[in-house]
Design a protein around this ligand. Structure first.
Ligand code: NAP
Length: 257
């Protein structure tokens, strides 16, 4: 960990900013004195009243942009938007993630629950999409100064920490995300000197993603999205080049792969 700070007038990009932790990260970045512009990406920014409200009260600092991480053209268009605006982000945070959706896409309890299409959908959002974000945005990040590319992973993606089993698609897609980030960190050392690439675990946070699974979570272990966002930004603040390729929890503690 290091103490270097982001440069003045930096640009941040948040992917998955429609709600939950991504929205809270965008709101926290508006209060951050070093970031002049926050590009807040959501699949349908116009349909997100909270994001729209943030954009309106940000005095032009938050720019909403439509990005679906599972569509390569959409992620490429984000790169082009940055180019058009002359933005070279010092911070990229990918918060897009998928655990459940409707009746067919539920975390598996046993082998028989494995469903090819559900798995494809989870891998597309949690691993393949972030890989596209890496491809488009890492080469466009600021060339000097403190720079962090981080994606929200999950402790359950840790192979070393897997004691309970279950959740095949989510766990393995986050493990794949971790491997993608680690691999990019190695390339970044060679190509983008000083860029920090990290996987982050926000802690169990009260969002739509965790809501069906909160019953057994003690109240003091369930974070608000605002709290998780604040703590994640604190971790990002102290990450230095020596931490690149690491997996860190909301409290800065390293998590085994
Ligand atoms: N909440 C927790 O307890 C917890 C714990 C560990 C890790 N995490 C991770 O933290 C991240 C944020 O989760 P959250 O709790 O804030 O979940 P959430 O409230 O369900 O938000 C998920 C976000 O991902 C976006 N998203 C989904 N599919 C997308 C796609 N194809 N393209 C672009 N964006 C897409 C959603 O956008 P739409 O509104 O358009 O669907 C939404 O902004 C996820 O990666 C999650 O895995 C969360």
């Amino acid at each position: 960990m290091s103490e270097s700070v982001f440069s003045q007038h930096s640009v941040a990009v948040v992917v998955g900013a429609s709600r939950g932790i991504g929205l809270a990260l965008s709101a926290a970045l508006v209060k951050h004195p070093r970031f002049d512009h926050i590009v807040a990406c959501a699949r349908e920014p116009d349909q997100c009243p909270e994001l729209q409200a943030l954009i309106e009260r940000s005095d032009g600092r938050v720019l909403g942009h439509a990005v679906d991480v599972t569509r390569a053209a959409s992620v490429s268009a984000l790169g082009q938007l940055l180019d058009r605006n002359g933005f070279r982000p010092a911070l990229v945070l990918n918060a897009a993630g998928l655990l459940h959706k409707g009746r067919r896409l539920r975390p598996e309890k046993r082998l028989e629950d494995i469903d090819f299409e559900a798995m494809q959908a989870v891998f597309a959002v949690n691993a393949l999409g972030p890989a596209l974000v890496m491809r488009e945005l890492m080469p466009r990040m600021a060339p000097t100064g403190k720079r962090v590319f981080a994606a929200l992973s999950a402790r359950v993606g840790s192979i070393g920490d897997n004691r309970l089993g279950g959740w095949y698609a989510y766990r393995s897609s986050k493990a794949a995300l971790n491997q993608l980030l680690k691999t990019a960190a190695i390339e970044a050392r060679r190509r983008f000197e000083g860029l920090v690439v990290a996987a982050l675990h926000p802690g169990t946070t009260d969002t739509a993603l965790s809501r069906p699974f909160q019953a057994r979570v003690p109240e003091d272990k369930l974070f608000s999205a605002d709290f998780a966002a604040r703590r994640l930004l604190e971790v990002v603040e102290v990450l230095g080049p020596g931490d690149s390729g690491g997996f860190f929890a909301w409290d800065g503690q390293p998590i085994p792969w």
